[in-house]
Design a binder for this molecule. Structure first.
Ligand code: UDP
Length: 468
């Protein structure tokens, strides 16, 4: 019998990219693979804490220092003062190549490297050492297929208005606008450092053995089939990776954080709570934050709001006025424990992919308010395609418009108490069940993973033949 595969994982330095890779490590370890994770020095503890009970090894790499324009000591995008520094940050990782290669050289018998799509420069290293490489992407097939189709057909160079509906040629039931795309993809002739970064990613991905996706067949089968029939390299859906992680409620047993105690209280009072969180890195203007606060206050719905930046901008007395039914938290929370809490019946989310998958797994419907990256596409998928959520109403009906407090109030109530909310709650329950089944023995993701591990075992020793 072939020995177990020795898999090296290299995540990009941001929480939304670290967390699914940690889950992936766990999943591979369950399947008897040996796992080595690369982490920068400041991020190491995040991995070692999460994987302490496993046999994963962690290899430290120094993050480049003295990079023009980047503050010293920042090794994760959530600590950047502004996301406008994203491209310089991502480009700085290229300077890790010599240390990465030195470390890779002494790792014994590597079967393959699974690299985060943002670390495209690892292509050169794996080619040098003849190591099989696989790209990991933590986004949906929906956004991957739709973006590709829109790009190939140069759809965004057509419309006069940013809000004019456009039909996606390969998926004609999907209507998008230019505003569903971030700068610089939303201009007629996209160019500049961001576009160069994306092109480098596309090349490294095209030269990889396959793509690993954190999704599952039953969630977006049409898009999965489209990708695997029409595009290269083929993608493997082995998610939701979130379900590879054991429930961590027990860890909170002795000393529950305040917000968890607060949720327990709400459960005892038979209140339903909406969880409000916009991930680890988005920036929200003080004006918009205040409208969210008023909307939540006026909705009379109980809420747990994680404000990562700008909490001090909330109106004076807000927390005091809502204290009977709302709590504002400024620390890092255990989103799994919140979404899994029995009293949490809705999630006001920015629709980054991890949050969407986690909400589906927890069977909690979403109120979508996308802001950046591919979040607008995910929001369309959530609301229009798989119908597990509703969308907040902007004041000018543009998908990027400002949302006044009335828009928040109305849709928070609708999600938590309305008929439309009930409909999407039922639907997310069905997908949540399908997600669980996909990961169980006999399920689609489990089947794909088993096949994938067998394939890696068969390839062991032959990887150099498969490197492009
Ligand atoms: N998260 C968390 N606690 C927080 C904020 C975020 O556990 O206080 C986790 C969340 O569960 C998810 C990840 O961080 O796994 C954020 O990824 P996502 O793709 O949702 O958003 P991003 O931060 O990348 O915008």
């Amino acid at each position: 019998m072939a020995s177990s595969p020795n898999i090296v994982l290299f995540p990009f330095m941001s929480k939304g990219h670290n967390i699914p890779i940690i889950h992936l490590a766990r999943l591979l370890l369950h399947h008897h693979a040996t796992v080595t994770m690369f982490a920068t020095v400041a991020n190491r503890h995040f991995f070692s804490d999460s994987l302490a009970d496993t046999g994963a090894s962690i290899v430290d790499l120094p993050f480049p220092e003295n990079i023009n324009g980047l503050p010293a000591g920042v090794e994760s995008t959530d600590n950047l003062p502004s996301m406008s520094l994203f491209v310089p940050f991502a480009n700085a990782t290229k300077l890790m190549q010599p240390d990465f290669e030195q470390a890779l050289e002494i790792l014994p018998n590597v079967t393959c490297l699974i690299f985060d799509g943002f670390l495209d420069w690892t292509l050169e290293s794996t080619s040098k050492f003849g190591i099989l490489r696989l790209a990991f992407y933590g986004w949906s097939y929906y956004s991957m297929c739709v973006s590709q189709d829109v790009g190939m057909n140069r759809l965004l160079s057509g419309p006069e208005s940013d809000d004019e509906p456009l039909t996606v040629p390969s998926f004609p039931w999907i209507k998008l606008t230019r505003n569903d795309f971030d700068e610089p993809f939303n201009v007629r002739e996209p160019k500049g450092p961001y576009i160069d970064f994306v092109m480098e990613q596309a090349i490294a991905t095209a030269k990889s053995y396959c793509i690993i996706m954190n999704s599952f067949y039953e969630l977006e089968s049409q898009f999965i089939d489209y990708w695997n029939n029409k595009c290269e390299p083929k993608a493997r859906s082995i998610g939701p990776l979130y379900l590879a992680e054991p429930s961590r409620n027990k860890q909170h047993h002795h000393q529950k954080p305040t917000w968890l105690q607060w949720l327990d209280q709400k459960l005892a009072q038979e209140s339903s709570v909406i969880y409000v969180s916009f991930g680890s890195q988005v920036e929200i203007s003080p004006k918009q934050l205040r409208e969210i606060a008023t909307g939540l206050e006026e909705s009379k719905v109980s809420f747990l709001w994680v404000v990562r930046k700008g909490g001090s901008e909330l109106a004076d007395g807000f927390e005091n006025r809502v204290k009977e039914r709302g709590i504002v938290v400024e620390e890092w929370v255990d989103q799994r424990a919140i979404l899994g809490h029995e009293c949490v019946k809705g999630f006001l989310s920015h629709c980054a992919w991890n949050s969407v998958m986690e909400s589906v797994c927890a069977k909690v419907p979403i109120l979508a308010w996308p802001m950046m990256a591919e979040q607008h596409l995910n929001a369309r998928m959530v609301v229009e395609e798989i119908k597990v959520g509703l969308r907040v109403e902007t004041s000018n009906w543009s998908v990027r418009g400002f949302v006044k407090w009335q828009g928040w109030e109305k849709m928070v109530r609708e999600l938590m108490q309305g008929e439309m909310g009930e409909k999407v709650r039922k639907k997310v329950g069905e997908f949540g069940e399908a997600a669980r089944k996909a990961m169980e023995e006999g399920g689609s993701s489990r089947y794909t993973l088993n096949q994938f591990i067998d394939e890696l075992q068969a390839l062991r020793g032959n990887s150099s033949k498969l490197c492009c």
